[in-house]
Design a binder for this molecule. Structure first.
Ligand SMILES: [Zn+2]
Length: 186
C-alpha cells in the first residue's frame, strides 16, 4: 500500500449552509468527512486540512460577483466564516494549511501552516505517495488541489461522495480534466 494522506479542502463555515458563499451540501460534507476520519484514520499516514484565509485577495472578492471568477467576500482571516465547519475542528487534523491571503488561492498546494511549512514540503517530509481529496468546492478548490497533486507526481483519488460543487451541472468538464491528468474519482 502506498503511503497515503487525506486532504480535506476548505470545509469552512462560509462554504456551508448559512455562510456568505454557501455551497449546497457543504454541511453534509462536514458531517460525512468527520465520519470518514473516525472510521478510516488508520488508513492514512496523515490527515490534513486546507482553509481559504483571505485578507485582501483583490478581484477574488466583488460586490457584483459573477460566481465564476469573483465571489462575495468569504473566509476572511480570523472571522467565524473562516473556521472549519462543525463537527470538524482544528483538532480533527494533524496540520492545517491556510491559503489565499492576497490572491484567489484555489489550490491547497499554495497552503502554509501557521509555522510556515508549505503543503508540498509537508507531504514530502511524510513520504506521501498517494492522496485522497475531499471537501468544497468540487469544481474550484478541490479541482485545483487535485490537479496540483497530480502534477506533484502523487497518485490522486477525489472522494466524490465527500465533496460539494458550486456548479454541479459543470462537473462533466471537471471530471474530463481530472481523467486527462490521471486522477481517479470515486
Ligand atoms: Zn476564496
Amino acid at each position: 500500500m502506498p503511503t497515503k494522506a487525506l486532504i480535506v479542502v476548505d470545509v469552512q463555515n462560509d462554504f456551508c449552509e448559512g455562510g456568505s458563499l454557501a455551497v449546497t451540501g457543504g454541511a453534509q460534507v462536514a458531517q460525512d468527512v468527520a465520519g470518514l476520519i473516525d472510521e478510516s484514520r488508520a488508513d492514512y499516514a496523515t490527515v490534513i486540512a486546507t482553509r481559504d484565509h483571505h485578507i485582501d485577495p483583490g478581484p477574488h472578492f466583488s460586490e457584483h460577483p459573477d460566481f465564476v471568477d469573483s465571489w462575495p467576500p468569504h473566509c476572511v482571516a480570523d472571522t467565524t466564516g473562516a473556521d472549519l465547519h462543525a463537527p470538524l475542528t482544528s483538532r480533527s487534523f494533524d496540520a492545517i494549511f491556510d491559503k489565499g491571503e492576497y490572491s484567489a488561492g484555489y489550490s491547497g498546494f499554495e497552503g502554509v501552516t501557521s509555522t510556515g511549512t508549505e503543503l508540498p514540503t509537508y507531504l514530502r517530509a511524510h513520504g506521501i505517495e498517494a492522496v485522497d481529496i475531499a471537501g468544497i468546492a468540487t469544481d474550484y478548490c478541490v479541482r485545483a488541489t487535485a490537479l496540483d497533486a497530480a502534477k506533484a507526481g502523487l497518485a490522486v483519488t477525489v472522494l466524490r461522495d465527500y465533496t460539494a460543487a458550486v456548479h454541479p451541472d459543470r462537473l462533466d468538464r471537471v471530471e474530463a480534466e481530472w481523467a486527462e491528468a490521471g486522477i481517479a474519482f470515486t
